[in-house]
Design a binder for this molecule. Structure first.
Ligand code: FES
Length: 154
């Protein structure tokens, strides 16, 4: 028996629907804002206790997020979390962005299974760290020279 590629794809999606929301599936399979950013105003790289790393780049004008991108070596739910956190941060003032929590990311995704919820924490914390780096560089521009060495663990 031969299974056509489209049928296999649909089968896999149906199995995913048993565990994940449509929003998670959409952001995991078609992530928004994936990639690095030249001339970012804020950057952070964080590694979760599971070993997955997320990097976030921010473009900020007058303290408003005008661009946000991410990369990760993590699994699908980490990709979905990075995609969502960059989406919900855009257009917001940095003070509002600092309030984006793990729960906000989970709510926007329509939830995650318990053992994947730390992916949303990684995304929220990396975003906050990128804002902190932006503020630190704004205060002391020489800190930009150390950007590539910034890496934190949660
Ligand atoms: Fe660990 Fe997603 S960050 S599995």
């Amino acid at each position: 028996m031969t299974i056509k590629f489209n049928e296999l794809q649909e089968y896999i999606k149906n199995r995913m629907r048993e565990v994940y929301s449509e929003t998670v599936i959409e952001h995991a399979t078609n992530p928004k804002n994936f990639g690095n950013m030249e001339d970012a105003d804020g950057f952070a790289s964080m590694t979760s206790s599971c070993g997955d790393t997320m990097e976030i780049w921010l473009k900020i004008k007058n303290d408003i997020i005008i661009g946000a991108t991410f990369m990760t070596d993590g699994c699908g739910t980490t990709i979905a979390s990075g995609s969502m956190v960059t989406e919900i941060s855009k257009g917001k003032n940095i003070k509002e962005v600092l309030k984006i929590s793990q729960q906000d990311v989970l709510d926007a995704l329509g939830g995650l299974p318990e053992d994947s919820q730390h992916c949303a924490l990684l995304a929220a914390n990396t975003l906050k760290e990128a804002i902190s780096e932006y503020m630190a560089v704004k205060r002391d521009p020489w800190k930009m020279a150390y950007r590539k060495y910034f890496r934190s663990r949660i």
